[in-house]
Write a protein that binds this ligand. Structure first.
Ligand code: UAG
Length: 491
């Protein structure tokens, strides 16, 4: 077993208290409440709470080492204190050493971007499984160690959880791992110390400005991931997004571009986009699949290009891709027998994602109306609220503003901010109903035979987060029930 001194190789640090040379750690933690005998506690400063305030609690729980940015007032001789410039930057490499560099022993591909991360990694996971590999998945919806499904609490886990998960994947003989890289994760060093075989950038648009403050900071958080890619890796970017080139600036990885509109290494041409699927010319080959919307054509192209860069056979990749269904809660259809109304649940919770889904519906719905139910999450970026309402109103024939996950905010106050984005004329045609179940019921009651209902924002989620509680709630279940109730109208 390695000593703490070995684990600190390649990290700049100062020491007080016990020497790390003869200290073997039993575990690592970020939360003092989970600390155990012989563990190292990493005192991470957050934006609200500072881990340094919990050093004493971690020591009381038996920790024998502390990673920190400033010396605590009391230094205990039996504890090793390691001071680094930024805990967030040092923890990843330390955790990677502790778990014996799992990402060096498999091929890790990270996907970043405002929209499309979950769909892309989920498609990659399923494609590589069908190609016969053992595969790991780290995503917003779930984590998977090949066939074993684990709960996911974040888009990208913290540095310790990430390295522990990668180690489990390595021990289960996974050869590939596809993971989402959120901007929070890149900014907070959660991916530091991870060795990537490839990085993919899908797009960037307005989101998370509560955290990053400016759009520029948000772009540079994503860029941090590309800056981390080694020269042996590939850096694959969507060249149709105008920030793609920023990702590639000073990036040591080998650059590849995919696009519809630009000259690029990988391209698609949209032949047909209907509610029954996409017909594409993908990298020169005719291709059909049941995924809907040109945003999915981009996701498919990113997946295809990644597979080719990982040297998978082109014909087999295209054959499997054409059979894949959309991931849960992404443009997921809800239909019940005898009810002609089509309903779609989508996770779109950014202005850009919502606009893309609605554009697809507009382009593919010829006769009926589009009825949209949408809200915005509480305690998250409130600057997107008026824009999302505006986008929803622009493409919908009927709009019902409702609650998403209000968290600790007043649901009506969130709707007020959305409402402010609507013109007087749009307001006159928009309903407000904070109770999401009721809002979905209203949408179904208002729908006629040819209409399409879009319930946006929560996708795969099976809960609604209200005042610190996660109450069971599933848009797809609610829609099924409401469509059943409405059935009488058509029989
Ligand atoms: C809202 C937000 O951004 N919170 C971030 C912020 O947290 P914070 O200031 O409240 O502090 P904290 O994490 O509660 O506590 C700071 C430290 O003290 C420790 N602590 C705290 C209490 C205690 O009793 N003992 C103790 O040791 C904590 O374990 C932690 O290490 O600073 C922390 C340190 O940098 C972050 O880990 C934390 O992200 C949390 C985990 C979070 O949930 N963030 C979300 C927004 C997030 O990361 N989301 C992205 C996806 C976004 C998307 O694409 O939709 C994701 O990757 O999931």
């Amino acid at each position: 077993m390695s000593t703490l001194k070995d684990l600190l190789a390649n990290i700049n640090y100062n020491i007080k208290g016990r020497s790390p040379a003869d200290l073997e750690l039993a575990g690592l933690c970020l939360d003092s409440r989970q600390a155990k005998q012989g563990w190292l506690f990493a005192a991470l400063p957050g934006s609200q709470v500072d881990g340094h305030d919990y050093i004493e609690q971690a020591l009381a729980n038996g920790c024998s080492a502390v990673l920190c940015e400033r010396w605590p007032q009391k230094i205990a001789a039996k504890v090793c204190y390691i001071k680094v410039e930024k805990v967030a930057d040092a923890l990843g490499p330390l955790a990677a050493n502790f778990y014996e560099q799992p990402s060096q022993q498999l091929a890790l591909v990270g996907v970043t971007g405002t929209n499309g991360k979950t769909s892309t990694v989920s498609l990659l996971y399923r494609l590589f499984k069908k190609l016969g590999h053992k595969v790991g998945l780290i995503s917003t919806i779930e984590n998977r160690i090949d066939d074993e499904v684990l709960k996911s609490t974040h888009t990208t886990p913290n540095a310790i959880e990430l390295q522990a998960l990668l180690a489990q994947m390595r021990d289960a003989a996974c050869d590939y791992v596809f993971m989402e890289v959120s901007s929070h994760a890149a900014e907070q060093g959660r991916i530091a110390g991870a060795h990537f075989t490839g990085g993919v950038f899908s797009n960037i648009s307005h989101d998370h400005l509560d955290y990053h403050k400016t759009f520029k900071n948000y772009i540079f958080a994503k860029k941090r991931f590309f800056d981390q890619l080694p020269s042996s890796a590939f850096a694959l970017v969507n060249a149709d997004d105008k920030r793609a080139e920023v990702m590639l600036q000073n990036c040591s990885a080998k650059a590849y571009r995919y696009a519809q509109k630009q000259l690029a290494d990988f391209r698609f041409r949209l032949l047909e986009n209907s509610l029954s699927g996409l017909q594409l010319e993908l990298d020169g080959q005719e291709f059909h699949c049941s995924l809907v919307g040109d945003f999915n054509a981009y996701n498919l192209l990113a997946v295809y290009a990644t597979a080719i860069l990982l040297e998978e056979p082109k014909t087999e990749v295209l054959r499997i891709l054409s059979s894949l269904k959309p991931p849960a809660g992404r443009f997921e259809y809800v239909r019940i027998p005898n009810n002609p109304v089509q309903a779609i649940v989508d996770y779109a919770h950014t202005p850009d994602a919502l606009e893309k889904v609605l554009q697809t519906l507009k382009a593919t719905t010829s006769t009926g109306r589009i009825i949209t139910v949408v809200g915005c999450g509480g305690n998250r970026d409130n600057s997107k609220r008026p824009i999302m309402a505006q986008k929803a109103a622009a493409y919908s024939d009927l709009l019902i503003l409702s609650s998403d996950n209000p968290r600790f905010e007043e649901p009506e106050a969130i709707l007020d901010e959305m409402w402010a984005g609507l013109s007087k004329a749009q307001q006159a045609q928009t309903y407000r109903q904070v109770n999401r179940r009721e809002a979905i019921r209203w949408a179904c009651q208002l729908a006629q035979a040819e209409d399409v209902i879009l319930v946006a924002g929560k996708g795969h989620e099976t809960y609604q987060e209200i005042k610190g509680e996660r109450l069971p709630f599933d848009d797809r279940e609610e829609l099924r029930q409401a469509l059943e109730e409405q059935l009488a109208k058509f029989v």
